[in-house]
Design a protein around this ligand. Sequence first.
Ligand code: SIN
Length: 328
Amino acid sequence: MSLTKNMLGLTTALLCAFSLNVSAEQIEIKFSHVVAENTPKGQMALKFKALVEERLAGQVVVKVFPNSQLFGDNKVLEAMQLGDVQLAAPSLSKFKKYTKKLQVFDLPFIFNDMAAVERFQQGEQGQKLLNSIKRKGLQGLGYLHNGMKQLSSSSEMATPADLKGKKFRIMSSDVLAAQFHAVDAVPVKKPFSEVFTLLQTKAIDGQENTWSNIYSKKFFEVQEHITESNHGVLDYLVVTSRDFWYSIPKDIRKDVKTALDEAIAYGNEIASQKSKVDKQRIVESKRATIKELSDEERQQWVEAMKPVWKRFEKQIGKKVIDAAIAAN
Ligand code: SIN
């Protein structure tokens, strides 16, 4: 009797140990981001989850946390270094503490359009930049598009002089700070999760963002004016920790990377559609007036902001800047 009891106990213990072992072998990827699900990044993250869980069922599980639910802008990369999150796609403007080279993407008016951004990213210099955060234990896995940035504000903005003395929220980038100083505005570095409230309470006057972020976060409901300036790009670096990435068995890592590349391609498709559709939704809402710049007006913005390039040339590297210009 007591022998049977003991055997039963042993069997239960073995079963427990077995099931613990099995679940311990399942790789968990927490993907944290700050935007809504109906955005290029939100959709890309969900696509990645679907592809991985279809192809690597039982081996890899992906948990997506949108809207800064898990980590906000300022914390996600530190959390990744500590192993608390495995995948993120912060804006390229949020890597200042990790590399100065990615600042190339913030230089105002350096890219004429998203096709030029894509050419640069896929070219030699763009691909090298994926490794620019290696020394900090991080690895760029690919670029994801959002789109060109527009200016929104509570007052009209036709010329750079219209920004004088106005407070504009920016991401944590010194180039973006210099860009707004160049037009005598006051840049205010704040996390994305705080922007709507800052605009609504008029603690700040304006901000810069893409059509999809202005629409999905309802900035257009609390900003009367948008100038279609296309003055800069907001794209993402899909990033992981090197410790985590190389701990994944090679064959599984290859499949995860393939799923990620496909999800990025899907997200890029959505980014291109959303830059048109979300703009149109804002137009139709009649909540904000959209100002399109004439060639002469645009030239005034270029002349006011372009001197910023020279100031950051040393940090970014002339080769990188020249490659970005050549991509146009
Ligand atoms: C994002 O698109 O991830 C956020 C951009 C911002 O902080 O403005």
